[in-house]
Ligand binder design. Structure first.
Ligand code: SF4
Ligand code: SF4
Length: 189
């Protein structure tokens, strides 16, 4: 599918209403995850990381980093997509990854706080009311992603963890420690 994007800055608004068509879940989602997303999904499904891995989440190793994404079960269809009365539905909707909650808004990179892109492929654009981009959720996404990758890099390149072991360790840290996030924020600032 060819994508092209609309760039929005802080004061821009856009007309959008989700049509619940399921297109974003069935045409190549490749949804990137952090340890926080994985922890929320694991808790919701009452599974641990080892039970999720391979079945629902895959982790590709690139440049020594394990990059977790939701499993595509063929043709770009997300493993969590189901059809109820022929209507597309997300089986983990209350804990769906932040990238899913943001779509069709796409964060450009972690340093550009006041810019967001909008995927023109979403049929919900130009429908519904005029809205602001979800800046607060984008901020949440940036924060969790920064914590995830700064910790991952430290474990791998300073402490000698193997990529998958480092990922598993962060998921365990998020699960075990209520203060993990607060401590991690202090470390990255
Ligand atoms: S976000 Fe867009 S593509 Fe996804 S279900 Fe809503 S309208 Fe369809
Ligand atoms: S996790 Fe849910 S919202 Fe995200 S792509 Fe899969 S079915 Fe869609």
């Amino acid at each position: 599918m060819e994508h092209n994007y609309i760039k929005l800055t802080y004061k821009d608004k856009i007309r959008f209403g989700c049509l619940r068509c399921g297109r974003c879940c069935s045409s190549g989602p490749n949804v990137g995850l952090t340890a926080f997303d994985i922890h929320r999904i694991a808790r919701f499904l009452d599974l641990n990381w080892r039970e999720l891995k391979g079945r629902y989440i895959i982790a590709v190793i690139a440049d020594m980093i394990a990059i977790p994404t939701i499993r595509d079960i063929g043709g770009g269809r997300c493993v969590f997509l189901e059809y109820i009365n022929r209507q597309p539905s997300c089986s983990i909707y209350p804990v769906r990854p932040i990238r899913c909650r943001l779509y069709p808004f796409i964060p450009p990179n972690l340093s550009k706080e006041r810019i967001v892109y909008v995927d023109r492929c979403c049929p919900g654009l130009d429908t519904g009311a005029e809205i602001d981009p979800p800046w607060r959720l984008l901020e949440e996404y940036r924060l969790e992603t920064k914590i995830h990758y700064s910790k991952l890099y430290r474990l791998i390149f300073e402490e000698g963890y193997q990529p998958l072991n480092a990922l598993e360790r962060i998921i365990e840290d998020v699960k075990r420690t209520k203060t993990f996030r607060r401590e991690a924020i202090r470390v990255i600032h």
